[in-house]
Design a protein around this ligand. Structure first.
Ligand code: ZN
Length: 126
């Protein structure tokens, strides 16, 4: 698979658009995640992408890791938006006893993807 390097800025801007829709604009969050995100140049369907809590022995959420695909199309962008929503939610639980709210988190992350996709429908066609 070839990733179009020249489109990197385009996809980065789209990611920011998608995250902004979700209210994810906090610079502190992005600073916190620096160096904690692994981007793999793989097909979206070929890997189990996700956000991974780092939990201490007494159950406290200490840190966050994220594995996402390099963005090369809308699908891989949506995976990134999805996982960022999970990470952002987890960010607020740092220092607390960690509980994974699977159902609510999944719903929230999936809705974020849909919201972004709707903006594509509403854009003027080139
Ligand atoms: Zn999810």
């Amino acid at each position: 698979m070839i990733i179009e390097k020249e489109n990197t800025n385009y996809w980065q801007n789209e990611l920011i658009k998608g995250l902004t829709l979700e209210g994810i604009t906090d610079k502190n969050f992005f600073d916190f995640m620096k160096g904690k995100i692994k981007k793999l140049p793989l097909n979206v369907d070929d890997f189990g992408w996700g956000v991974f809590p780092i939990i201490s022995q007494d159950g406290v959420l200490n840190d966050i890791r994220m594995v996402v695909p390099v963005i090369y199309n809308v699908k891989s962008l949506c995976v990134n938006i999805h996982e960022y929503v999970h990470a952002y939610e987890m960010y607020f639980d740092l220092g607390k006893i960690y509980k994974w709210h699977i159902k609510e988190s999944e719903q929230k992350a999936c809705e974020a993807e849909k919201r972004y996709l709707l903006t594509l429908d509403n854009r003027p066609k080139l």
